[in-house]
Design a protein around this ligand. Sequence first.
Ligand code: 17E
Ligand code: FE2
Length: 422
Amino acid sequence: MPPAYELLLRQGRLLHSTGTIETVDIAIAAGRIAAIAPHLEAEAQLELDLNGKLISPPFVESHVHLDSALTVGQPRWNESGTLFEGIEIWRERKQDLSLEDVKTRAIETLKQQAMQGVLYVRSHADVSEANLVALQALLEVREAVKDWTTLQVVAFPQDGIYGSPQNERLMETALQMGADVVGGIPHYELTREDGVKSIHRIFELAQQYDRLIDIHCDEIDDDNSRFLEVVAACAIRTGMGSRVTASHTTAFGSYNNAYAYKLLGFLRRTQMNFIANPLINITLQGRTDTYPKRRGLTRVKELWQQGTNVSLGHDCVQDCWYSLGTGNMLDVAFMLVHVAQMTGRAEIDACYDMITWHGAKTLNLSEQYGIEVGKPANLIVLDASDRYDAIRRRATVRYVISRGKLLASTETPTLDWKLGKI
Ligand code: 17E
Ligand code: FE2
């Protein structure tokens, strides 16, 4: 009798982290990958004939704000398109947050993401909000969705740790409540000194509570915004390295090269992670420029070329900072190819890695991520032949398998030519 599995994937093309692709059958049992081989003599409750479709580990959304997702237009549209008008609109909207409101929108967004292949998400929760409703809601959501997706929650002080007298205390309370990651926003603290002080406080809290760090850092076109060097120094001195992430760092795109190249060397030493949010960076930044108009993206290509870990985020799905978006990470990678001019063949492939393996590294997922015998059976099947094809067509994710179960399936739209032969 051949072994009976719960799920068998037949003849898919398995994408390895090295970029090589191998045609295999994959057997799944008890929520884990049970076997991988060119041909498996086996039976299963459910068999999917993949016919050469691409099998990839799930997408990783490294940076999103689920607390503000799906609020676009509430109470008004962001007409200037700037980060700072967005922060003001959110300040108004967050006055009427309730647990139900945040949870409903967050779960809806996580479902949309999951159906498009995203099974690991790091979300910021604004903790400069008197009752910590956003944080409490996202912690409850983390628990509510844990059977099908993995959510990390960052305690993010949107209005600055020292922007109001109570914010520092709220930040610490958020960690006591169970936030996974300590956040920050040094470029939005009232002074440069407060910004530096906030970074030291973030590292202190992360060490005291044993948490990861993910700082919104230098999200501005100001070439004098240089908090990244302070984060790098703290990462080197504490040895926290790969547990530290700098998000956005858009000012890095405006620094002069002499400074930027010195900094790149320091950053390589840190082993820290970077997150670019190309959809948001290209729309929010450059707003005070006339022409030439800057792209407002961090130096993704140079960081990648020197082996520094870079992953990507959608940042927003329909909120006061970004009215568009469906949560599809292939849209993010597609935009990065353009904005970072990563159009070389290996560069396009790298953009795919940034929404998969590199994201897993940023989130410190390590052991559980990847398609290998014994690991949790989390994988996606794309209607694509390889990484380049997946990004070019922003390919349909045909099947999403989470914890060994088929979570979602989507048909690829077919195009019908009606005029006959030409
Ligand atoms: N808050 C912030 O400071 N920066 C952003 N890009 C978003 C929220 C979306
Ligand atoms: Fe953000």
